[in-house]
Design a protein around this ligand. Structure first.
Ligand code: RAT
Ligand code: ZN
Length: 428
């Protein structure tokens, strides 16, 4: 539709009235599609990796830990249950016998409400029937629209047998889904990686000699060719150091960074996770810790020709990350990761980033694992972002510099799409 002259004038008009300013921010933020730069969601082409529906939603690892705190089920018994039995127990413990006050529990409520399902239902029969009846492709389109998403970045593990099988059989993801090459298996467990490479017919020496370095580089080249990833990524522990004396350091320097350079690929660092703090909780058992930011600063300083995206898990690292990003133009902070993706912390982090970096950061990613997570993660976050943006623009207004709707659109598009596109060096 061609905009009328009046609409054009309105877009450029300065917003000097505070309530109109808020209304315009709300409208722009709620209607601008975002690129979700880190998820664990897959499209229907990925068979059983396409996870959706109430049983998957309720057996999210965030909710499993909460269930152990509100029920006396033993760990062993829980892990022996079927997924449906686990989901029934989570529902009973967190949604019927208790009020779903936590962020992850409220997420399920928001999803049910979005589809007109009863969040106070005594059991899951109606919700199960609803999700069973959905056509996967139509449901996917609907969810992306409800979350107001443009594109989604998956997490793709070249050591995951199921995933390798899918790529081998010519998996061709929906064009809105982009691959990212996840390197945890390579960088965080070199001994295990050596065994897995051997199983794929690539014999390597544990000591990382020249020939092995070349083979691992070829391995990554082949996966890049196959997946066409938008970046390479790794999650790192809180005690991550750079430089270091271990195999991860050798692999980062001699394999990953040269590969990033050769392919013009950004390197994503997700720092601060302490894996398996409580192993009986399985994938729900990871914790976190405060990391030393100087490792990232050294990596950015030594590799000015590589673009880095970074997110830290500890609240205490957030201010330091902003300051590091001010010092290194090849560093892009992104998202409020995992335990930080709660309204109170997301608000604090976003406001801090706006104050220190202006629009030069990627404010959020969802980390969704189940398709419908996309709905609640983005619907819960957008109001937080609106408040943070209002605070920043309102202060500017108070200082004598009102903004127009056009400027709000420009800023939001930069943070929702532009910064990421610039970092990955292409349109996503
Ligand atoms: O947020 C999560 O679900 C975590 O389990 C992890 O996926 C984390 O985001 C990661 O990518 O390692
Ligand atoms: Zn993740």
């Amino acid at each position: 539709m061609t905009p009328t002259l009046t609409e054009n004038r309105t877009e450029a008009e300065l917003l000097t009235d505070r309530s109109e300013l808020r209304r315009q921010i709300e409208d722009v933020v709620n209607t601008t599609p975002v690129i979700d730069v880190h998820t664990h969601v897959f499209p229907p082409e990925f068979d059983s990796m396409f996870r959706f529906g109430i049983d998957e939603l309720l057996t999210y690892h965030y909710l499993i830990v909460e269930t152990f705190r509100s029920s006396d089920v033993s760990y062993d018994h829980f892990w022996q249950m079927t997924r449906a039995e686990q989901a029934d127990l989570v529902w009973k413990s967190l949604f019927v016998e208790n009020t779903p006050l936590s962020e992850a529990a409220r997420g399920v409520v928001s999803v049910l409400d979005a589809f007109g399902l009863d969040p106070r239902a005594p059991d899951l029969s109606a919700a199960r029937e609803f999700f069973r009846d959905q056509n996967p492709n139509e449901h996917l389109d609907r969810v992306l629209e409800m979350a107001c998403l443009k594109d989604v970045v998956m997490t793709n593990d070249p050591f995951d047998e199921q995933e390798v099988g899918l790529w081998d059989s010519g998996a061709n993801p929906d064009r809105r889904f982009h691959a990212s090459l996840r390197l945890d298996g390579l960088l965080n467990d070199w001994q295990g990686a050596a065994r897995r490479l051997a199983r794929q017919g690539i014999s390597v020496d544990a000591g990382l000699g020249r020939a092995t370095i070349d083979k691992v580089r070829n391995f990554l080249d082949a996966w890049i060719q196959r997946m066409n990833p938008v970046y390479m990524a790794v999650s790192l522990p809180d005690d991550f150091k750079f430089p270091d004396t271990d195999s991860r350091d050798r692999l980062i320097r001699e394999v990953v960074l040269p590969t990033a350079r050769a392919h013009g690929l950004a390197f994503v660092l997700m720092v601060g996770v302490r894996r398996a703090v409580n192993p009986v909780l399985r994938m729900a058992g990871d914790g976190m810790g405060h990391a030393d930011m100087s490792a990232l600063e050294r990596m950015c300083a030594q590799n000015p020709d590589v673009r880095f995206l970074a997110t830290y898990l500890s609240r205490e690292n957030q201010h330091e990350l902003c300051v590091s990003a001010r010092k290194f133009r090849n560093l892009m902070p992104f998202g409020c990761w995992w335990f930080l993706n709660n309204p109170s912390l997301a608000s604090e982090i976003t406001r801090q980033r706006l104050e220190l970096l202006g629009p030069g950061f990627i404010p959020q990613h969802s980390d969704a694992r189940v398709l419908e997570h996309l709905i609640y993660k983005w619907r819960h976050w957008r109001p937080v972002f609106i408040e943070s943006m209002f605070e920043a623009y309102d202060r500017l207004l108070g200082s004598g510099r009102p903004v127009s709707r056009n400027e709000i659109i420009r800023d939001v598009e930069r943070m929702f799409i532009g910064n990421f596109r610039e970092w990955i060096g292409r349109g996503a």
